[in-house]
Design a protein around this ligand. Structure first.
Ligand code: ADP
Ligand code: SF4
Length: 695
């Protein structure tokens, strides 16, 4: 089946300044944890997207000078020619695959943590950073000139490295936006006060960069046209800037939000629908006829085609959708719609990348593994032991992923068994939590791929015990039996159960009992007790509140759902729960649970009594490892049935993020023919080699 002609508009080339985009798919700058320090990781990661059909691939923000040192966060850098040499590999590989390479030159101004540089941060005015412990130096005119000269020098280096698109990046309230925004700029000279003055720094910098490289490179600028809060400008000034700078810019890269409110730009699906930014960025066309690229977690080809055809934007930008599926453009081009691995908007890629990590993705286990493990998202080598049958027990995220990769590696038969009537494991119920509907894509994509693989046999409604596994007839066994919530309140603070907590009683419940077994809390008042700190407890609290219960979300942690900070959800999630009437209590350690509620202590050690008809325990999960341990305990019985190996993956090893379960399943399948598949093969590392000079 070819592509739908209505998507043809996405494959029309587009001129941006002196360069041409081959189609309308553009990987906007985004962090990965590689910077200029891991040039081969960086190059192979971006090149995979170039190969997957993106017309342009960009670096993450790329610091022009040491006073914009982002450490401990990892940014690309073009401080000197060595940095340029490091990034040249990215350009080379992007070009090999027909894509343009973009470099997001940036200076963070007041938002620069400078853990390496140590000297003061620079900013338009001496106003403390709204999210770091930094009070900057007010830039003197000489600082302004020097930073602008650094920008032009970095642009020349970018050109020498081979970049086609060079940015003057201001979005996310970095230095150019700090000059433009009255929130950061209290100057009274020609760089402060009226709009024309506040715009001066950005305009002059654009001019210098254009003079330096404009004949050879397309000039892009990234602007949050509305900060949706105080940390930038509102739409009227955003559009005024687009008008003022339009003659200097070849490509407008537009978004919303700010550094502190990045959650509104990289919006999680629990809070923002696909394309939400269009309400603001869709207005930029009023101010320019130049090419515009915008973002909004877009994965629907129909929606993308509508946007481009309407002329609102000319180019579809993507960070997360390009991580989840580097081959998204090629799949649309070839009409392979059912192979598109859609981003679920979980934002787990952010804590995987920052600070100083290695990008990872729930949907795409190969993201970040292109160089160090040599994994290609669409290519699978035939396994040396492909003549074997494999039995995967448990069809949750780990089991499904493992089965798919084993099948693609050509294993003779892959038998995927699950005790339940439907495959999916926890993905059968997680998407039913409020705001988690898009997460169903984890199951949907895998279910479709499993259905297409001829060497996969799905066996639902089959609960296997050790004997059943041994007698099944497969040579290799993979246990992917998942995990369960502790029913006795075992938790990270005391490492003990909570007296009186017993989920076999009517007034004590676990998440699975509610979501899978249909157990209902008695009475009306419910305490949801969270020791985990992520999405399950808030999800249950919202669900029970929507069902009419009076809910208190109580946590032994210092904050409600601290991990959600890392996925940019915490603040808005807490506000939403508050608006839904959910009581929120932090730092409460429960010491006993009973039919009338629970007692405990607060942060100061004072006693607390919580009146409730039921307590939901979201304290910690435990691996379902009994089957695996029983199988491993009797090697003779395995040998007697011709079983060569028994492995385990996912939550059955240790309860972990869905992303990590999928990664684990993928990893085992990629290495199923290694000498010892249970132990991951070493991965490549990039390290500067020590030279003992000047000692
Ligand atoms: P993970 O996140 O590690 O993939 P899940 O908890 O989502 O794990 O999924 C585990 C799956 O394993 C569930 O669907 C469960 O029904 C299934 N399962 C657990 N034990 C058995 C068993 N003995 N036989 C068959 N299926 C099992
Ligand atoms: Fe999308 Fe989640 Fe993957 Fe990030 S980790 S790209 S949000 S699926």
């Amino acid at each position: 089946m070819g592509r739908d002609p209505k998507h043809d508009v996405l494959f029309e080339p587009l001129r941006i300044g002196p360069k041409t985009l081959r189609n309308r798919f553009y990987q906007v700058p985004h962090c990965v944890g590689f910077g200029s320090e891991k040039p081969l990781h960086q190059a192979r990661f971006r090149a995979m997207k170039a190969q997957g059909g993106w017309a342009a691939v960009c670096t993450e923000y790329c610091a022009i000078s040491p006073d914009s040192d982002e450490t401990p966060f990892i940014s690309a850098r073009l401080w000197d020619d060595d940095d340029a040499r490091a990034l040249a590999v990215t350009c080379e590989l992007a070009h090999e695959h027909g894509a343009l390479a973009g470099c997001e030159l940036h200076h963070s101004g007041v938002h620069s943590p400078r853990r390496q540089y140590r000297l003061p941060a620079l900013a338009p005015s001496q106003l403390a950073s709204d999210y770091l412990l930094v009070v900057p130096k007010t830039m003197e005119r000489s600082d302004i000139r020097r930073v602008q000269a650094d920008w032009a020098a970095a642009a020349r280096r970018a050109r020498e490295a081979g970049f086609d698109i060079v940015y003057v990046y201001g979005a996310h309230s970095y230095l150019p936006m700090q000059f433009l925004s009255p929130f950061y700029n209290h100057r009274t000279d020609e760089y402060g006060g009226p709009f024309e003055n506040r715009a001066r720094f950005w305009l002059e910098t654009l001019e210098l960069v254009r003079d330096a490289v404009g004949a050879d490179c397309a000039i892009a600028t990234r602007i949050a046209v509305d900060a949706l809060g105080p940390y930038g400008v509102e739409l009227d000034e955003g559009l005024a800037f687009v008008r003022a700078a339009d003659h200097l810019v070849d490509l407008w890269d537009v978004n919303v939000g700010s550094a502190l409110e990045w959650s509104k730009d990289s919006g999680a699906s629990s809070l923002f629908p696909e394309g939400w930014q269009l309400e603001w960025t869709g207005r930029v066309r009023e101010a320019t006829a130049k090419p515009i690229v915008g973002v909004g977690r877009l994965t629907s080809p129909d929606r993308m085609a509508e946007i481009v055809a309407s002329g609102v934007w000319n180019v579809i930008g993507a960070a997360r959708p390009s991580i989840a599926d580097p081959f998204l453009p090629r799949k649309i081009e070839e009409g392979r719609y059912d192979e598109i691995r859609e981003c679920i908007g979980c934002n787990v890629c952010i804590p995987k990348s920052d600070p100083g990590g290695n990008v990872g993705c729930t949907q795409n286990a190969t993201a970040g593994e292109e160089y160090r493990r040599g994994w290609h998202p669409e290519r699978f080598e035939r396994a040396a032991n492909a003549d074997r049958d494999v039995l995967v027990v448990g069809a949750g995220p780990a089991g499904m992923e493992c089965a798919i990769v084993l099948a693609k590696r050509g294993l003779r038969r892959v038998h995927l068994a699950d005790a339940e009537a439907e495959i999916g494991g926890i993905m059968r119920w997680v998407p039913r939590l409020p705001g988690r509907g898009e997460w169903a894509r984890v199951l949907n994509w895998r279910s479709i791929q499993l259905g297409k693989l001829r060497n996969v046999e799905l066996l639902t409604g089959l609960r296997l015990d050790a004997r059943g596994v041994r007698e099944y007839g497969a040579e290799i066994v993979v246990c992917a039996t998942g995990a369960r919530w502790a029913g006795d309140g075992l938790n990270r603070v005391t490492h003990r159960p909570i007296p009186g907590a017993d989920a076999s009683l009517p007034h004590v419940l676990t998440p699975e009992q509610i979501m899978v077994e249909g157990k209902r809390p008695p009475g009306r008042r419910v305490v949801v007790y969270d020791g985990e700190g992520y999405f399950v407890a808030p999800g249950l609290a919202e669900k029970l509140a929507a069902d009419g219960y009076a809910v208190q979300l109580v946590t032994c942690l210092e904050e409600i759902s601290p991990f959600s900070h890392e996925t940019l959800e915490q603040k808005l999630l807490v506000r939403r729960m508050h608006r839904a009437g959910i009581g929120l209590r932090t730092g409460i350690l429960l010491t006993a649970v009973g039919p009338g509620g629970a007692v405990g202590t607060d942060e100061l050690g004072d006693p607390v009594e919580l009146d409730a008809d039921a307590v939901v325990l979201v304290t910690q999960r435990l691996s379902n490892e009994a089957l695996y341990l029983e199988l491993r305990a009797d090697p003779a019985a395995l040998a007697a049935e011709g079983i060569e190996a028994v492995y385990r993956i996912g939550d059955c090893v240790a309860p972990q993020l869905i992303a990590d379960c999928i990664f684990d399943g993928h990893r085992l399948a990629r290495e199923i023919d290694a000498a010892d598949p249970a132990t991951p093969l070493p991965f490549l590392r990039e390290r500067p080699l020590a030279t003992a000079t000047g000692m």
